[in-house]
Design a protein around this ligand. Structure first.
Ligand code: FE2
Ligand code: FE2
Length: 157
């Protein structure tokens, strides 16, 4: 195998980095004084953007690849994951209509954090190993597509 080409990060590394980033953002959110509404709003917006882009690239590129793996569980795992994304997107939508500091906002934010962390953990534990069963070329291709679609959605290109 030729290693002359600089390798992109693996697909699962890229997704894990997003998981870590959102986890850090939830922690940042909790460290900001409740009275600092603007500070909380700004972190919330970052969480919203990251989760929206992350879910979209998984649903468009990563999950369909996982579904192609020779694994009996893959179909059910993906269905459950898409359902979890749907619930998180619904919470994000509801949160967007509320103001940080309000009881309803803080309660929903806590529930969303729990849902997101649980989902990311299950994804890494149950779905990533199925993806790793695909052949190397396909995994590399998926990594490149995830990266470029992510950049595109973030408006970086
Ligand atoms: Fe996900
Ligand atoms: Fe994920």
């Amino acid at each position: 195998m030729s290693d002359t080409k600089i390798r992109v990060r693996t697909a699962t590394t890229l997704l894990k980095e997003d998981h870590q980033e959102v986890k850090d953002l939830f922690e940042d959110y909790e460290e900001i004084e409740e009275a600092d509404g603007q500070g909380r709003e700004s972190i919330f917006e970052q969480i919203k953007t990251l989760l929206s882009v992350h879910s979209q690239i998984e649903e468009e590129i990563f999950y369909p690849a996982v579904a192609r793996a020779q694994d009996e569980e893959a179909g059910d795992l993906i269905k459950e994951a898409r359902e979890e994304h749907r619930l998180v997107m619904q919470l994000l939508e509801e949160l967007s209509g509320l103001t940080p500091g309000e009881d309803a906002f803080e309660a929903k934010m806590k529930v969303m954090k729990e849902n997101v962390l649980h989902h990311a953990e299950e994804e890494q534990r149950d779905i990533f190993p199925v993806f790793d069963g695909l052949d190397r070329d396909e995994r590399d291709q998926i990594a490149e597509r995830l990266q470029s679609r992510r950049r595109e959605l973030l408006g970086e290109i």
